[in-house]
Design a protein around this ligand. Sequence first.
Ligand code: BV8
Length: 246
Amino acid sequence: MNEQSDISAALIKALRDARHVCILTGAGVSAESGVPTFRDAQDGLWAKYKPQELATPEAFIKDPALIWRWYRWRRDLVAEANPNPGHYAIAELEQRMPRLTLVTQNVDGLHQRAGSKHVIEFHGNLFDDRCFSDRTLHTADDSLDVPTCPDCGDYLRPGVVWFGEAIPESALNDACAATTDCDVFLSIGTSSLVYPAAGLTDLASENGACVVEINPIPTTHSARFDFAIAGNAGLVLPELLESLAP
Ligand code: BV8
């Protein structure tokens, strides 16, 4: 059944009047593309691991071959996935809004494949291969269980930000500047558990933005939002787009 989401007239007005909209997305936006979220139980071989325990430099140092197997499994899974209506609606919003900044915690590249032009990849990109020592970009030899850097011989690693690692400076600065400046901040498909990304909502609110959560399940932060829309991104965002049409 195509239930109408509770998109209020006040929210539509705030979006229509907005000079600058900032969007933060999390794994929930890719869930409808078949990409498991960080809280979903993993299947098969990976069921016995927790993503939070694998996505760390310590796990990589302990068993680089295991970590490469996990990321190659995720790369194959994402390569088979397609953007969903939620991704496309965000890309369309970027065309319609006077200014829209998209900050994503997702590393799957689906926003770019859906047509979003300017994406701040807060946690890096799954498909980048970087030298473990100096983070320079390279192309891994996939015939090797653990590819090495052609410059220094150290291991290559996926170009994502692991737990305990700093957010890339430019991504952090650009995301904070946009969050501070925006009039409306949409937090979509995130449990708001991972920092510093989860702190952007408070930063937006403290700087006077109207803050909106879109998530089928209430989060620990839901009460902090001016609007909390209970629904799947792939349903709510196209409806939001339609409500904005003149
Ligand atoms: C940092 C890339 C400091 C990797 C990811 C001890 C030591 C150091 C740091 C810490 C520490 N303790 C805590 C911290 C901070 C830590 C943190 O926040 N930990 C949490 C667990 C408490 N943060 C960090 O470590 C960060 N760095 O603090 O550095 C520093 C500073 C200077 C110098 C050195 C260090 C780095 C965090 C980045 C981690 N990397 N990803 C990879 O992908 O392999 S995070 C990972 O979680 C993904 O990016 C994911 O997107 C992100 C957040 O999760 P969500 O996106 O919210 O996904 P989740 O599954 O949780 O929720 C999905 C939601 O979607 C749910 O609410 C669900 O209801 C909803 N949903 C489902 N379906 C839909 C939907 N919504 C809409 N529509 C649907 N259809």
